[in-house]
Design a protein around this ligand. Structure first.
Ligand SMILES: [Mg+2]
Length: 171
């Protein structure tokens, strides 16, 4: 049952996710989390690096949708300048927002990867929706209050995976 929390892949940051490698695997779309995945949770706007990452994806024909459990104001203010579709108050790990995003991108499940920094929302939600999941290391070690509780559970699950040899990365 805990397998639902196991990402297909683990990277240090979104910058290890490269459009050409995705294309080779037949990936045409990314559903990404916002807070602590693209920027620290308390940074309001995209950094030049993030803007460039989105541009690289676009130039290679890879669609990106941001889905976030955060409020409309936060998600909209971040996403609109990037010109990228977004879903706010997504209620991850429920799979509804993942399905909405997949449908709006007009892509099949096999053509999408989910990127995020949390096992309990991004990975569980992506896996439950039948999508390929990539876990990134949170950009900063602090979190919004609501996330701090999830992190405690996450650490327990991570330790279990480590003990079982199901993951090999170190943090
Ligand atoms: Mg996050």
């Amino acid at each position: 049952m805990l397998k639902r929390f196991l990402p297909n892949e683990h990277v240090k940051s979104i910058y290890e996710i490269d459009p050409l490698t995705l294309k080779e695997k037949g990936i045409k779309g990314i559903i990404t989390d916002l807070d602590n995945t693209l920027v620290p949770w308390d940074v309001k706007e995209a950094t030049p690096e993030v803007i460039n990452w989105f541009k690289q994806m676009k130039d290679n024909g890879i669609k990106v949708t941001i889905i976030s459990n955060n409020k409309e104001e936060r998600v909209k203010m971040f996403s609109e300048p990037l010109g990228t579709p977004f879903v706010f108050s997504a209620r991850k790990p429920l799979s509804r927002a993942f399905k909405t995003a997949s449908r709006q991108m007009e892509l099949k499940k096999e053509e999408i990867v989910v990127v995020g920094d949390q096992l309990l929302t991004d990975v569980l939600g992506g896996n439950s929706a039948g999508l390929y999941t990539i876990l990134v290391v949170p950009i900063v070690q602090t979190d919004e209050k609501i996330t701090q509780f999830n992190r405690k559970i996450e650490r327990k699950i991570m330790n279990y995976f480590r003990k079982k040899g199901m993951i090999r990365w170190e943090e």
